[in-house]
Write a protein of this length. Sequence first.
Length: 563
Amino acid sequence: MDNAESVLPVNFIQNIITQDLKASKNNGKVHTRFPPEPNGYLHIGHAKSICLNFGLALANKGICNLRFDDTNPSKEEVEFVDSIMEDVRWLGFDWEDRLYYASDYFEQLYQYAVNLIKAGKAYVCSLTADEIREYRGTLTEPGRESPYRSRTMEENLDLFERMRGGEFADGHCVLRAKIDMASPNLNMRDPVLYRILRETHHRTGDDWCIYPMYDYAHPLSDALENITHSICTLEFADHRPLYDWCIENVDYSGEAWSRPQQIEFARLNLTYTVMSKRKLRELVEKGFVDGWDDPRMPTISGLRRRGYTPASIRDFCDRIGVARRDSTVDIALLEHCIREELNANATRVMTVLQPLKVILENYPEGQVEWLETENNPENEAAGKRKMPFSRELYIEREDFMEDPPKKFFRLRPGGEMRLKSAYIIKCEQVIKNDAGEITELICSYDPDSRSGGPTSGRKVKGTAHWVSAAHALDVEVRLYGNLFSSENPDEEESYERVLNPDSLEILTEAKAEPALAELPAASKYQFLRQGYFCQDSKLSRPEKMVFNRIVSLRDTWAKVSRA
């Protein structure tokens, strides 16, 4: 898509591709793929992979496939397939007509396995899963050959066909590659290629009761799709010899076939975040969050609901680069990327989150003025808008203190404060209820202190935002923080123990200026002095708008980067 076409920063993978192109390898073609397993929602780490795979293709005038590696029906759902396609499109990338599934190749993969058996390179093993682990050996000790390794070709073909026919129970036997039980790489010690699994597949239904393992299906799917560069994360580096073995040893009988090169890069780790799909799924299933798209989740759908934009995520992925070693990125950089974009583009709005009523005793009752204020001081083209000013207003409760410290520059008894784009007001009286709580302030206003008035140049140190009480919209505001209180929750004994109890604060009494109801629902806003916000796409209704804070105004990353 046009909005995703940008120059990809140079990285070691691009350098490899550049050398391949110079050498006319792969006939000068670049063909990548993004291969998610549909067993959960994609997260920000997958966004890095999406941007890399599609970005490399765009930068080198190549193409990129979207392929679902759907070889484990026990954990896969159509919901996840749909969400993944939505996320890739939302990020700005298009696979055009190149949508594939590993399940498209189930029959071919089965026939390849039959050919491996005929070539003496695979056998049916009847050891249990625990026995296979025991026979596998350790990093310092070689494995032992299965007693079933010497089965004849005829016996293996018969057993494998009966596995497919559903004759055996789950776990009764598996098909293993016959490689080397003494290999220093444990992945090459006769790895399992097929297992029996009676689960209904989201595409093939109950047609199959045996399913290929990921390490077998993935390289052959790459080869069948003529992938040239198979980009994956570092945990697959030790699997690369098996990736190559599968491609080199399968008899593909003259089919169109490529010899893809697997290249590993460092996965994304983010502070205050877990990236494990298993842990994210647990957070959802145990009710710690409001679904996969909870705005505190690192899922792409969660970031979208929170208010992040595709451009900000692509910018983040460009900034962190592509490395060969794992490292952890400060979440402040992700926040900086969206903050930088919204500072330039977001409309400014006055919204009082914790309102305190102010009555201007010398302002005419029933009078309403429509005062002009800027939509975005960073963008002159954004223009201006008018907002109502009346006798009764709301200000932030924190903008008044009865007994303030020395450097408090907001409102105090007998003190003055300027209302943004309006007048200077002075606190004359504090009204409290029977419990001693402040309920409202009686103030006066200086009618000449508005811009252009005789006393408009009079200096007061404090300026605050405000909302006309008679015109205010009742809105709900959700303030999100980090889901975890630990910077590295994966390093804790239990990530559940470091869940942040203050990761969500819900404010139900907030008041907003009326212009907020007239702006498009998908708009992003800066609530003055509070941060950047958007409507919650799941909870907001015309009768009660709900706003999520995307990010605060404070930019810790910018401070660090300038230091």
